[in-house]
Design a protein. Structure first.
Length: 369
């Protein structure tokens, strides 16, 4: 396996459009890196530049310490798994997995050994004689991964490999890919627009927007310490609540006011907000950190109570989501499924202020989190 280095990598098209801008990233050997972002953010373009399927306009790409900008895709020692599987319909599972090895003139006895080991890892041993048309979507995706494993590459590239699968199968395949990474000790770069996939799979996540890297960090750090408004809103489902609020100061305390509501900011976050007194900022709080009055609990530093009217109630099984109007904005909150609150109810909520995020209204950069 191998590490990768992308130094000031960019992609500019003939019409002047920049798909990727000044991308810098060091990927360690055996790391599982996720590129995540909305459609058109440049994540697949970056992956294709690593694969050699797109030319690099500027910057340097190194694989295992070697500059590969001008190296042919077949000579980069990478394997790619596409979202549409890209299997040969006239070949059996065995033949599909063996094909890249035959191209490399590997001995038949060695091919057989490698293919059967890959089939064992992915639980495909009973399907080796079938053709792709006789397989389910999940089985086809496993074959595509088996073909990549059989190549024994330095780096695996995966471009939204689960996007064609149904929800239940996606969850199962996420677990399979995670086990595969542990078993192979492989360097994997994985592209997705699904932030749940990103959070559950990656050792580190690269969040992209408009061709620009926004933040690179571990899943937990991205979730708890987003560097700007975009990352805060993109990571987490349902997304963070955002409310425009005015910073104030009263009796030595920093406050945030929206509509008729005022929230006192904890001392640990107050110093960073002092320069913003009198200015409008964007306050952020995740739905699980909004506490409905039936569920006030010990161990949380709760804000002043806020009046809200429930506009939507969604039962999710053991828990529910409520969406409501408050004076000066809107909020969503997680509640227990046993909570009696329903659509149309007038309720009181409070924020766990230790989990409060505040962003600069102009730059959208995080002030406190």
């Amino acid at each position: 396996m191998a590490g990768l280095s992308l130094e000031h990598v960019g992609k500019k098209y003939p019409n002047g459009y920049e798909g990727v801008k000044d991308f810098n990233l060091e990927i360690a050997d055996k790391e599982f890196i996720i590129f995540v972002g909305p459609s058109g953010c440049g994540k697949s373009t970056t992956l294709r530049m690593i694969a050699g399927l797109e030319d690099i306009t500027s910057g340097t790409l190194k694989i295992d310490g070697k500059v590969v900008n001008d190296v042919e895709p077949k000579d980069r020692d990478i394997a790619m798994v596409f979202q549409n599987y890209a299997l040969y319909p006239h070949m059996t599972v065995y033949e599909n997995m063996a094909f890249p090895l035959r191209l490399r003139k590997v001995e038949q006895s060695e091919i057989d050994k490698i293919v059967r080991e890959a089939a064992r890892i992915l639980d495909l041993e009973k399907l080796l004689d079938r053709k792709p048309s006789a397989l389910s979507g999940g089985q086809r995706q496993r074959v595509a991964m088996g073909r990549a494993i059989a190549r024994q590459p330095k780096v695996f590239l995966m471009d939204e490999p689960l996007s064609n699968l149904d929800a239940k199968l996606r969850v199962q395949m996420r677990a399979e890919i995670s086990k595969l990474h542990d078993r192979l000790g492989a360097t994997i770069i994985y592209v997705t627009h699904d932030q749940t996939e990103a959070m559950t799979l990656g050792t580190r996540i690269v969040v992209m927007k408009d061709g620009v890297m926004q933040q690179v960090d571990t899943p937990s750090k991205l979730y708890s310490e987003p560097c700007n408004l975009f990352v805060a809103g993109f990571i987490g489902s349902p997304q963070m609540n955002f409310i425009d609020a005015t910073v104030g100061e009263a009796a030595g305390k920093i406050t945030l006011t929206f509509g008729s509501n005022t929230v006192t900011v904890p001392d640990s976050k107050a110093a960073a907000l002092k320069p913003y007194v009198g200015k409008v900022v964007i306050a952020g709080i995740r739905p699980e950190d909004v506490v409905e009055e039936h569920e006030y609990a010990e161990g949380k530093t709760l804000s002043e109570k806020i009046d809200a009217t429930v506009t939507v109630y969604e039962l999710l099984g053991s828990e529910a989501m409520i969406y409501g109007d408050v004076d000066g904005g809107q909020i969503s909150a997680h509640i227990s499924a046993t909570n009696p609150v329903r659509t149309g109810d007038a309720i009181k909520v409070a924020f766990d202020v230790d989990k409060l995020h505040v962003f600069d209204k102009d730059t959208e950069l995080a002030i406190v989190h």
